[in-house]
Design a protein around this ligand. Structure first.
Ligand code: ZN
Ligand code: ZN
Length: 280
């Protein structure tokens, strides 16, 4: 399995010299089976607009799984040039709700945006997912509700038959209670999604000090995924969805202070190869 991090920022794109190394594009992760072009994309933040960096000029044929519909996870859709091609097929999935296509239309249609998703070339469809296991693009995907804020949100567990990853981009486990360490509950859903995965990609929006003030803002501090990985047996962890105020310099300092092996802050533009021998 090959994982391309096209956008690692949370909440708001962050251009400018202070954000070039960890990246300013919002959540978007492309996944490919070994030896193939990426066919599965997690979230459609502004990172999706850079997909040509990995797809070249070819039309995208595959699926996009949206964790939820917040702006920072959908703003890349109309700028997905590989999806805007005659031969493209883009199957968009989002957490089940009444009229999922209409819900996406609400965030991408005039007067909010000049065009509707159906204006794009290619065969675009939008479907709702219910919690459970589903086969999409040859991947076995477990989709489960996770606590966030403002709208239904899913975390995903993705298995290609050799490797398994978990993706919880926006996660507020504190809403279920403070848990044993005050960072939030290590609840069953988070444990199921992250159990023994080769790679955990997880919300790490806040520092401990920020989290004191913002524990009800829909996210968690970076200590939570580190501990979740330990409890669930995740081999490697990418701290993801960086707060828009977090500069490269600050992330470097935080990274230098990390004591856990196999834990790092996600870097936009990087590629991770997992394999049969993957030990993290
Ligand atoms: Zn977000
Ligand atoms: Zn969100």
């Amino acid at each position: 399995m090959r994982i391309h991090l096209l956008g690692t920022r949370g909440s708001l794109p962050t251009p400018g010299p202070d954000f070039v190394r960890y990246g300013g594009n919002t959540s978007c992760v492309a996944i490919a089976r070994d030896g193939e072009a990426p066919s599965l994309i997690l979230d459609a933040g502004t990172g999706l607009a850079t997909a040509a960096s990995i797809l070249g000029e070819r039309p995208f044929v595959g699926s996009i799984l949206l964790g939820h519909l917040h702006w920072d996870h959908v703003y890349g859709l109309p700028f997905f040039r590989n999806g805007d091609k005659v031969d493209a097929r883009v199957s968009v999935y989002l957490p089940g709700q009444d009229n999922p296509g209409g819900m996406l239309h609400r965030v991408m249609s005039p007067p909010i945006f000049p065009i509707d998703i159906q204006t794009l070339r290619g065969n675009w469809t939008v479907s709702g997912l219910e919690p459970g296991t589903v086969e999409i693009e040859g991947f076995t995907i477990l989709a489960l509700d996770i606590p966030h804020k403002g709208g239904r949100s899913f975390g995903y567990r993705i298995d290609d038959g050799t490797n398994t990853i978990a993706y919880l981009s926006d996660h507020n486990p504190y809403s279920l209670g403070p848990g044993p360490d005050g960072l939030g509950e290590y609840h069953d859903t988070a444990l199921r999604l992250a159990a023994d995965v080769d790679l955990l990609i997880h919300d790490s929006q806040y520092t401990p000090a920020e989290f004191e003030e913002r524990h009800d803002w829909g996210h968690c501090s970076f200590g939570y995924p580190i501990n979740l990985a330990r409890v669930a047996g995740a081999k490697r962890t990418l701290l993801f969805h960086h707060d828009p105020s977090r500069t490269d310099e600050q992330l470097d300092v935080m990274a230098a202070e990390l004591k856990e092996p196999g834990v790092e802050f996600a870097v936009e533009g990087s590629t991770i190869e997992l394999g049969a021998e993957s030990d993290g």
